[in-house]
Design a protein around this ligand. Structure first.
Ligand code: HEC
Ligand code: HEC
Ligand code: HEC
Ligand code: HEC
Length: 405
């Protein structure tokens, strides 16, 4: 071997060794180069954002609070009235309360209700975005079970950040379309959540998910929109009333509340700034009852309270909503039963029947807006009472019309 050859060889060996060491130390770098076009696995960010990742994992915790929380409540067992109120519709057969984001895909797959199509996956899996790219609007009507097998992840970092943790993105296509119907911008700290925590309906022709936001976000606005579309989710089999099933309108309910008027968005209470044991600050990614993080979420402003007393205050206000909700449900059941008898007997004028059905529809959409909203009134107590009062009044009116005709 010549001297030059020796030099070349040793340079080569050193370079190879260096490369091997670099590979071992810089494994991260190499993984990054092989970065998938969509980073759907939350674990990918575990090293870069350990505290956020740890708090994200808490979404699978079971926990205990009075009304909210991760335990799945069987609503039909808790509120037997809904067998009658949702009769003829899937929710009378199975209706569980919501739990953590990490269960979203599993829970929708295990649901016992019929699903109109694969569009249901939009709010349950970070894979939806790529499925949509692959199939386009064909996706909406495709077989749910088949498409669900292609989805691998529940709601993950990608759902709100795409590949850029910290940057906020909208990944649910129907939400993006819905937002454009509004004459205001959805607030920064609420826009991620408003992708999913809103009322929607399924267009009967295309089976696409649509936000009914043409006229605004209150129950009156929704009523107007559905009337203009001549839309009903289903017809009650015994009363013939064309009814609307409201779905989790958290964003809508919250808008205009005292806290919203202070400029607070969803993240203010549901994603507070936390401190780790080492005193490091991070943004909580545990989406749960804010009463579990009351110190960080509430006490900064409600300094006259401690964690226990603020929970008691809120639970007391929630109990009032719960009681009024039951009162509205009982009246609605009475209305359905009385109306069903009259329809069966056929001794009621068409015009009167129309009036009573209209009152039934209006009463039920108001009760359901509050019932289907997941905060038991907490997002806007005054609005919860106002809608439930109206629901009760409209049901009473309907019962009076029936009695007098
Ligand atoms: C001012 C604080 C506050 C803000 C802001 C807020 N929430 Fe809440 N949220 C609450 C409270 C309090 C509850 C009731 C928790 C309970 O029952 O234990 C709740 C409950 C919920 C629940 C049900 C939780 C469960 O455990 O079942 C969801 C979902 C939710 N909020 C979503 C949102 C969304 C979406 C927004 C933004 C539009 C928002 N919240 C804004 C305070 C807030
Ligand atoms: C449901 C929506 C949502 C998901 C899912 C989500 N985030 Fe976030 N994330 C947010 C929002 C909203 C903010 C902004 C909070 C703020 O500004 O107070 C944020 C902020 C952040 C930030 C910036 C924190 C800071 O100090 O400014 C990082 C980093 C981050 N998220 C990482 C992640 C990672 C990693 C995951 C998955 C393990 C994840 N996020 C999942 C909504 C989400
Ligand atoms: C991609 C859709 C999607 C986005 C985005 C989203 N959520 Fe959710 N969220 C869900 C679904 C679906 C569930 C119910 C999961 C289940 O029951 O399996 C849920 C459940 C919850 C719960 C209840 C957890 C429990 O313990 O009962 C809270 C609180 C919540 N979300 C808050 C938020 C907040 C705050 C944001 C915005 C930062 C947000 N979500 C963004 C779809 C979403
Ligand atoms: C940025 C400050 C701030 C934070 C954070 C905050 N609040 Fe408030 N809250 C207020 C103010 C101010 C009012 C009075 C508003 C009014 O009457 O117009 C209020 C009113 C209330 C009310 C009575 C109004 C109603 O809705 O019936 C309740 C209950 C309440 N807060 C609970 C909470 C809880 C629970 C949290 C944490 C999850 C929280 N607040 C976080 C400032 C805050």
């Amino acid at each position: 071997m010549t001297k030059t050859q020796k030099i070349i060889l040793s340079v080569f060996v050193v370079a190879m060794l260096g490369f091997a060491v670099f590979s071992m130390l810089g494994g991260e770098q190499f993984q990054r180069e092989a970065q998938p076009s969509r980073i759907l696995d939350p674990e990918y960010w575990a090293d870069e954002h350990p505290l956020i990742y740890q708090s994200y994992l808490r979404n699978s915790n079971e926990g205990d609070v009075e009304f909210g929380g991760e335990q799945q409540i069987d609503y039909i067992e808790k509120y037997p009235q809904i067998r009658v109120l949702y009769e003829g519709y899937g929710f009378s057969k199975e209706y569980f309360s919501a739990r953590g984001h990490v269960y979203a895909l599993e829970d929708v797959i295990n649901i016992g209700r019929p699903r109109p199509g694969a569009s249901c996956l939009a709010c349950k899996t970070a894979d939806y975005d790529s499925l949509y790219e692959q199939y386009g609007s064909e996706l909406f009507g495709m077989d749910f079970v088949e498409v669900a097998q292609e989805a691998r992840y529940p709601i993950t970092c990608y759902s709100c950040h795409r590949n850029e943790p910290g940057e906020l993105h909208i990944t649910v296509p129907h939400a993006e379309e819905g937002f454009q119907k509004l004459d205001f911008e959805v607030e920064r700290g609420s826009q991620n959540c408003a992708q999913c925590h809103v009322e929607y309906y399924i267009d009967p022709e295309t089976t696409a998910i649509v936000l009914p936001w043409e006229n605004g976000l209150t129950v009156e606005d929704y009523e107007q929109t559905f009337n203009e579309l001549d839309y009903a989710d289903w017809i009650h089999p015994r009363t013939g009333t064309p009814l609307i099933k409201i779905q989790h309108p958290e964003y809508e309910m919250y808008r205009g509340s005292p806290h919203h008027n202070l400029g607070m968005d969803c993240n203010a209470c549901h994603m507070p700034q936390m401190q780790s044991e080492d005193g490091e600050e991070y943004v909580s990614h545990w989406w749960t009852s804010p009463l579990k993080t009351a110190k960080e979420s509430c006490l900064g402003c409600h300094g006259n309270h401690d964690e226990e007393s603020i929970a008691q205050w809120v639970n007391g206000l929630q109990q009032e909503v719960e009681d009024k909700q039951k009162q509205a449900m009982d009246l609605l059941v009475e209305l359905v039963e009385s109306l069903a008898v009259r329809v069966e007997e056929g001794d009621i004028e068409d015009e009167t029947l129309e009036i009573v059905r209209e009152l039934h529809r209006r009463s039920q959409i108001r009760w359901d807006y509050i019932f289907a909203e997941n905060s038991t009134g907490s997002h806007h107590f005054a609005r919860a009472h106002a809608y439930l009062d109206e629901a009760i009044q409209l049901a009473q009116e309907a019962l009076e019309v029936l009695e007098n005709n």
